[in-house]
Design a protein around this ligand. Structure first.
Ligand code: P5A
Length: 446
């Protein structure tokens, strides 16, 4: 993509309405535009990151054996009357009437609708286990939408729902989600800690939230800091192996880590003092096991091997896809702008032409662009007729992890400069070597 033809409405000034750094940088980097309180348009750069995050979520769900579908944003109120949540959900639910005067709502979550799909088509243990998920817009009329996409009213969520014949199988589904989430967040360059939490309006007594530590987080968290060193890494996990999956969950949930809702001061004090930490965190996901809460109310049953008809065991599992952009920026930035982890960056590399209009520099940049594209790595080429300083400032703000700088002086020696956004370190090398290096860096991410 050439910057001269792109749509990147960068702001010079700090927007007054942004209280936290991720919101400020998303506005300044031309990623989002507010359309109403807590409702945003996703401008091209923001949209690219949203799609990258969505892609990682899909890949990891499919790896865990979960099946994508797509449910609508609008739902009939009658489904929610069956579960009893139509009245319980209160002011957070956006209620709408259609022209026939039927009660509708903009879905804040989909437990009822997925249970309706299940009961229409499944009635035997032979069709289980089953986990269906979608990535779809949600609406919650939050009392205090704030911090940009972090607490929106309209937001993008991955929500998955497991159906199992008995409690043990449903707990395996819960564990499978936990492990797949750990891998998902790691691929985005995040450390997200599973913490014992409260279930709120979704229900059930077994639930974990995934928290990214950040001073600007909305949740107060209490944890043993040794939990932050745990990594899933590139272990190959067999998601059907109950013992293996449970073992990984134990590894990640044995050290104390809780939100304020479930915090237990007595247990907390048993942690050696040097490791005892109180801080704040951003909730980027939550998993629930709630058994038969919805299936019983809505008549979603299966016939077991023994021939008994029982309500199906369920849980639901959510990832805050749009919130993740904010969380990643909170975790990865400096005073010049965003620093995208390679896994989610909107473009893998930026090309800065120091002397637009210089025949050799223009040709070298075009050559780099072509060579990178041929490797499936689309660069963002700043081909505008701007000062070098302004070009660097834009690249730093939008946070591409790598930059190739091309100028007539370097080209006389046959080199360009490859710079890491994270460390600021630069290295001179032949243009072909820079392309190879970028390809190597991204090999594990594509
Ligand atoms: C699990 C999936 C649920 O709704 N039902 C389906 C369950 N869980 S949840 O914890 O309420 O939401 C899941 C994740 O969505 C993100 N999230 C938000 N993101 C942006 N703005 C909001 N207002 C908002 N509310 C929830 C969070 O990341 C949460 O963990």
């Amino acid at each position: 993509m050439r910057l001269s033809r792109y749509f990147l409405p960068v702001l010079k000034e700090n927007p007054a309405e942004a209280q936290i750094v991720s919101h400020r940088y998303m506005l300044r980097a031309g990623m989002i535009k507010q359309q109403a309180a807590g409702i945003y348009s996703w401008l091209p750069l923001g949209y690219r990151v949203l799609k990258r995050i969505e892609q990682i979520v899909h890949e990891e769900q499919i790896r865990a054996g979960h099946i994508p579908l797509l449910m609508p944003t609008l739902q009939p109120a009658d489904l929610w009357r069956e579960s009893g949540r139509y009245d319980d959900y209160g002011q957070e639910m956006l209620r709408i009437k259609d022209r026939q005067d039927r009660d509708m709502l903009y879905g804040p979550t989909n437990e009822e609708m997925i249970t309706d799909i299940f009961r229409a088509h499944v009635s035997s243990y032979k069709d289980l286990p089953l986990t269906l998920y979608h990535i779809q817009w949600k609406f919650r009329d939050e009392m205090r939408p704030r911090f940009g996409v972090m607490r929106g009213r309209e937001f993008y969520m991955k929500d998955g729902y497991n159906f199992d014949v008995d409690r043990d199988s449903a707990l395996h589904a819960y564990n499978r989600h936990m492990v797949s989430y750990l891998r998902t967040y790691e691929r985005m360059g995040l450390t997200a800690i599973p913490m014992r939490a409260a279930s709120g309006p979704i229900g059930g007594d077994n639930t974990h939230e995934f928290l990214v530590l950040a001073n600007t987080g909305e949740s107060e968290v209490f944890y043993d800091d040794r939990v932050t060193a745990l990594k899933l890494g590139d272990r190959q996990v067999d998601y059907d192996d109950r013992a293996e999956v449970e073992g990984i969950c134990k590894e990640f949930t044995t050290l104390y880590a809780r939100t304020d809702e479930t915090h237990d001061e007595g247990l907390f004090e048993q942690i050696p003092e040097a490791h005892r930490k109180v801080g704040r965190g951003i909730e980027v996901g939550q998993i629930f096991y709630f058994g038969t809460k919805y299936s019983e109310a809505m008549g979603a049953t299966v016939v077991t091997k023994e021939g008994n008809r029982v309500p199906v065991e369920m849980g639901s599992h959510g990832i805050g896809v749009s919130r993740l952009l904010g969380a990643i920026i909170e975790a990865s930035h400096d005073d010049k702008g965003i620093i995208w982890p390679e896994g989610v960056t909107p473009f893998p590399v930026g090309i800065v032409n120091l002397k637009q209009g210089d025949a050799a520099a223009d040709a070298a940049c075009a050559g780099l662009e072509k060579a990178l594209l041929a490797k499936g790595l689309e660069p963002l080429y700043d081909d505008r007729d701007e000062r070098a300083g302004a070009k660097f400032a834009t690249m730093d703000l939008i946070g591409l992890p790598w930059r190739i700088t091309v100028g007539p002086r370097g080209l006389e020696k046959g080199v360009v400069e490859l710079t890491s956004r994270r460390t600021g370190e630069s290295e001179e090398m032949a243009p072909e070597a820079a392309v190879d290096r970028i390809a190597q860096i991204y090999a594990p991410h594509r």
